[in-house]
Unconditional design. Structure first.
Length: 228
């Protein structure tokens, strides 16, 4: 798939000024040349670049309409039982979402993934599991409401209110597959330019694969919605 050229970022006055400052520091303090952060910036890698690159990749996913190949019945998430510490269960996204739609409440469905610092034992890693809730949408815009939810938890959340939000979730699931198939693509924005080949998963694979709704997907979902 073709991509847009993000090289313009490296031509902005802000980046050029930072680059000049780094060169000045390196000239006056030779040891500064050993700083990894400085070296990364000089080579064209910028702090936070992965968010911009993921957004650009999302635009490609959105354009090719690969969301159609996500089977909702093959989307799962993990949840826990408050009565059994450390227990984790697999649940299907489709029945949860259909139950929400059938309720016909004027609410939004929220999947919240909070990081848990509790140590169960040394042999088991605790992964963020989903807690499901419905929230009433007030006068706040959807994006502001989503931002408020994410700002007030130690983790990330997905909020579904309209069909377009469901579609966006499926697009984010495709986005993660694209990132998995192109593991180095978010590491240097200077390499993200026209002519770069990006590998996409085949529709057939997307249709039969199981997709996990988790904290990473929630993070990407929030970033894409929050990006202006």
């Amino acid at each position: 798939s073709d991509v847009f050229d993000l090289g313009f970022v490296l031509q902005t006055p802000i980046y050029q000024n930072i680059l000049s400052d780094i060169h000045l520091v390196q000239k006056n303090y030779p040891d500064a040349s050993m700083q990894v952060d400085f070296s990364n910036i000089v080579s064209g890698s910028l702090p936070g670049e992965e968010v911009l690159i993921r957004r650009m990749l999302y635009n490609l996913v959105e354009r090719v309409e690969y969301y159609k190949y996500i089977d909702p019945s093959k989307v799962i998430y993990f949840t826990s039982d408050s009565d059994r510490a450390g227990s984790v269960y697999v649940k299907g996204f489709k029945p949860t979402y259909e139950k929400f739609l059938n309720s016909k409440n004027k609410t939004a469905l929220v999947f919240t993934f909070e990081n848990d610092d509790e140590i169960i034992d040394e042999d088991h890693l605790r992964r963020p599991v989903a807690s499901i809730s419905e929230v009433n949408l007030d006068e706040r815009h959807y994006k502001m409401h989503l931002k408020d939810i994410n700002d007030n938890i130690n983790g990330n959340a997905v909020m579904l209110h309209k069909t377009k939000h469901e579609r966006r979730l499926y697009e984010i699931l495709v986005l993660r597959r694209v990132l998995e198939m192109n593991p180095n693509i978010v590491h240097n924005i200077s390499q993200f330019n026209a002519g770069l080949e990006i590998v996409f998963p085949s529709p057939e694979v997307l249709k039969i694969d199981t997709h996990v709704l988790d904290n990473e997907i929630a993070q990407y979902f929030y970033e894409i919605n929050d990006y202006n």
